[in-house]
Ligand binder design. Structure first.
Ligand code: C6P
Length: 428
């Protein structure tokens, strides 16, 4: 089967034990990054929302539709066989990428949000009852909050929260008392999309397991930015989205331990997920198909394969190293600007590359984002789907710059100059 990704230029260099990537070389693989916005060169700093796509991913999408398009698992013809192989090969690639889990434990979903909903409904509806407790953190994205609020209302279970401190770090000193004998599941983000904080999920998982609770890790921001080994973590469920790691939108992953997934009822039902159907009954297909009803996003999964190959070529250690370096460079300069307040930790050893900040006085995050955009700089402003977090901080919204493998120190310099232009424009 011909299914190619474009050859990647040499983008890596060894500095001692550390592999250092060259963001300038990498930029050349991303057609969109050569766009001009508002008459100037684009500086894309909205990577926590979604990343840009390399040529190899675009090519894989095109190649799939041009040469292999067919439905998966059901056709007895050559194209159907090719499409199925492309789709199932990606499952193997994903299983390997997160630490070598079993292919049956990888469920393709529409994204991290759908994956969390799958667990909340399929596991939650049958395993939660009045008196049970669900433990979340105060820094969860709505995707790991709203499904649990709904499931708590429907089952009579109650919600508890691990609080965060002034620097945007979880307070886990009282974890022992927060995880009670009634806690049935702990759902926690590994990397905050607002603070950037990397949470001590290993410790949380160990303690939860000691108390007999399951743990779901929202890895939407961590898997794209650092090495994550699910087996070492011993997470029960872990979710992430392809589009935040160079892949297409509309594809996500639920990892779940086989025995748990086997014990759960399907989330969606219909074609592809059954074993046998009669007029009044249906039995389910084996894993992973039990949880993949209907025609999946085959092209998206083909593109996801190319995205993982691209990241694998760079190496996740190099990705993490680059982000630490560029985040420190940005934090050092941002800390000098008296008209903004950074929210989140300043130590790059415990944080990723999403830096949220508010403006002093009446400087609104939306105004910041708009003026930056007029300088070709893309950042996000709003509540970043974390309203309770912002409410606790006493603000309605924040602005956020977030980095990825193609961002350079020049991008940071342009961003800092842009912020100074914001200050001058509003006279703060
Ligand atoms: N955060 C952001 O700009 P989806 O939309 O399903 O691909 O991912 C949801 C999600 C779940 N958890 C975390 C920690 C996230 O950051 C996100 C997506 C984007 O912060 C879009 S709101």
């Amino acid at each position: 089967m011909s299914f190619s990704v474009s050859a990647m230029p040499e983008t890596l260099e060894k500095a001692g034990n550390i592999t250092v990537l060259d963001p300038r070389q990498i930029q050349m693989d991303f057609p969109l990054l050569s766009r001009r916005i508002n008459g100037t060169h684009l500086v894309y700093l909205d990577n926590a929302a979604t990343t840009q796509k390399p040529e190899s991913v675009l090519k894989a999408l095109n190649d799939y539709y041009t040469n292999h398009n067919a439905n998966v698992h059901r056709g007895l013809h050559t194209l159907a066989d090719e499409a199925t192989r492309i789709y199932e090969n990606t499952r193997d690639t994903v299983a390997e990428f997160i630490g070598g889990v079993k292919r049956e434990e990888i469920i393709f979903t529409g994204g991290a949000t759908e994956a969390i909903n799958l667990v909340a409904y399929s596991w939650g509806m049958d395993n939660l009852k009045p008196g049970d407790r669900i433990l979340l953190t105060e820094m969860e994205h709505h995707a790991n909050l709203v499904p649990w609020i709904r499931i708590a209302k429907q089952t009579g279970a109650e919600l508890d929260y691990i609080p965060f401190d002034d620097s945007g770090c979880l307070i886990i000193d009282d974890l022992d008392s927060l995880i009670t004998d009634n806690t049935k599941i702990v759902a926690v983000t590994q990397m905050s999309n607002v603070f950037g904080t990397i949470n001590p999920v290993q410790e949380i998982i160990e303690m939860a397991h000691q108390k007999g609770a399951l743990v779901l890790i929202d890895a939407a921001q961590s898997v794209p930015h650092m090495p994550v080994n699910v087996l070492e973590l011993d997470a029960d469920f872990l979710v992430f989205s392809a589009h935040k790691m160079l892949g297409p939108t509309g594809v996500g992953v639920l990892y779940g331990k086989q025995e748990l997934l086997e014990s759960m009822e399907p989330f969606h039902s219909g074609g592809e997920m059954i074993n046998e159907v009669t007029w009044d009954n249906a039995t389910w297909a084996e894993l992973p198909h039990k949880f993949e009803a209907g025609t999946p996003n085959i092209a998206g999964v083909a593109g996801f394969q190319a995205a993982i190959e691209y990241l694998d070529h760079i190496g996740m250690d190099a990705v993490r190293h680059h982000e630490k370096v560029i985040t420190k460079y940005a934090l050092d300069q941002m800390s000098e600007l008296e008209f903004i307040n950074i929210i989140g930790p300043k130590d790059v050893n415990i944080r990723g590359g999403a830096i949220s900040f508010t403006g002093a006085g009446l400087l609104h995050p939306h105004d910041i984002a708009q003026v930056l955009d007029s300088h070709g700089i893309a950042v996000r402003a709003g509540h970043h789907c974390a309203q309770p977090l912002h409410r606790k901080l006493g603000v309605g919204s924040s602005a956020r710059a977030s980095f990825y493998i193609y961002n350079t120190n020049d991008d940071v310099d342009a961003f800092i100059e842009g912020l100074i232009a914001v200050k001058d424009y509003f006279g703060v």
